[in-house]
Design a protein around this ligand. Structure first.
Ligand SMILES: [Zn+2]
Ligand SMILES: [Zn+2]
Length: 402
């Protein structure tokens, strides 16, 4: 049968067998519709799982009084990159679909971009940042969702960080100057990238609490989770990986001001929020295909043209962060061995969270009581600052003290 096929005939999609195959999906030739369906199905499966976990805490109506309010508030961390933008688009489609079936919107979404521009520019509240302007186009395209821009400087006042473990800030200075001094004191490019990621996470968690959202959604792809896994292990935070990579409940601990390192049980009751990664089963390149080919207009119109790190020329290997090294590495692996990428993330997914009480004052991850000692033993003692009372995990100790 195939022998009759002229060499120029279009390939049929291996899934629907109707349309022409124009794309490659994990070594199968597929059409655009089937590719888009693959992406959306993987995400919606995760969102449905989350929906079951976030049922109204009030339970079913008792029959008297008003029905329980089943508002589900989700807060989405919007980096303005491909993955988180695709996540916004897929969630919007999901709401459209539910409304078209005559159902209520399944959740309210607040998307928050944590603006790191105070790190590099002096933002004296007079100019609109580039990020703010970009968010305007997101608001126009997804009017039912709320889009907020929060400067990274807001991390400086958060109670979820044990400030006694970090170099003292000069509170008389403007916030962006304080933030820049904090970063300037860090020992390496990797340490600065690490701190930025940790502070961004704190700001997102604070925003989720402020907006009464039970859940924080992060747009990490399979590839991003694999990168995070290896980067965090390389930095000595392997113990905390199940808390970082897996989906689930996360207890937020507040430190009372000027009282270093309380045991969590004596501080205010921790709030629990859920942290989920709905794109965990999709490769980064699949999300890139979705963003550039499968929506009208393409999502790439929204995404600001920032440098693609995986293709940027290496100026100096010394200045590459561990994350950038991983990004380059996995861009290769993803192209040729996608199942390896999936395996790294899936294997970490099987790790169990060992009960741990003590938390790191900076990244909030559980402390590995014996393991941190072991890391220290193999990699040498960090220089301890005088009078530091709070406790840090091995990774944060390296990042803040060198
Ligand atoms: Zn098809
Ligand atoms: Zn830490």
């Amino acid at each position: 049968m195939a022998s009759e096929t002229p060499p120029v005939a279009p390939r049929r999609c291996t899934k629907c067998r109707v349309q022409e195959a124009t794309l490659d999906s994990r070594s199968q030739a597929v059409c655009g519709d089937c590719f888009a369906k693959h992406v959306s199905t993987k995400c919606i499966k995760q969102i449905a799982t989350l929906g079951k976990e976030t049922r109204s805490p009030l339970g079913p109506s008792t029959g008297t009084g008003p029905p329980p309010t089943a508002r589900r508030g989700y807060l989405l961390g919007l980096s303005l990159g491909v993955s988180s933008t695709v996540l916004v688009d897929l969630l919007n489609d999901n709401v459209d679909f539910q409304l078209s079936r005559g159902r209520a919107a399944p959740f309210d979404l607040v998307a928050v971009h944590v603006d790191a521009s105070p790190l590099t520019t002096n933002t004296q509240q007079t100019t609109t940042t580039a990020a703010e302007e970009t968010l305007e186009s997101y608001r126009a395209r997804y009017p039912r969702f709320t889009f907020l821009c929060i400067p990274l400087t807001s991390a400086l006042t958060l109670p979820t960080i044990d400030w006694s473990t970090l170099p003292a800030l000069d509170k008389t200075q403007p916030a962006d100057v304080q933030l820049q001094s904090l970063f300037a004191a860090l020992p390496s490019t990797t340490a600065r990238a690490d701190m930025q990621r940790i502070l961004t996470r704190h700001v997102l968690i604070a925003a989720a609490r402020a907006h009464d959202c039970s859940t924080l959604l992060l747009g990490h792809s399979t590839t991003a989770l694999a990168e995070l896994t290896l980067a965090e292990a390389a930095k000595g935070r392997g113990f905390a990986l199940p808390w970082q990579i897996n989906d689930g409940a996360y207890a937020v601990v507040d430190y009372p001001p000027s009282s270093p390192s309380p045991s969590p049980s004596t501080s205010t009751t921790p709030t629990t929020i859920l942290i989920h990664h709905p794109l965990r089963d999709l490769l980064r390149k699949e999300l890139a295909t979705y963003a550039s080919h499968l929506t009208t207009p393409p999502l790439t119109d929204l995404i600001p043209p920032t440098a693609d790190l995986s293709n940027a020329p290496v100026v100096s290997h010394k200045d590459l962060t561990i994350e950038e090294v991983m990004l380059r590495y996995f861009a290769d692996v993803e192209e040729n061995y996608p199942s390896v990428v999936a395996n790294v993330a899936r294997t970490t997914g099987k790790l169990v969270r060992i009960g741990a009480e003590a938390r790191c004052g900076v990244c909030s991850m559980p402390l590995d009581e014996q393991g941190d000692e072991r890391w220290r033993g193999e990699l040498g003692d960090p220089v301890l600052r005088e009078g530091v009372a709070g406790r840090l995990c091995y990774g944060c100790e390296r990042s803040t003290r060198g």
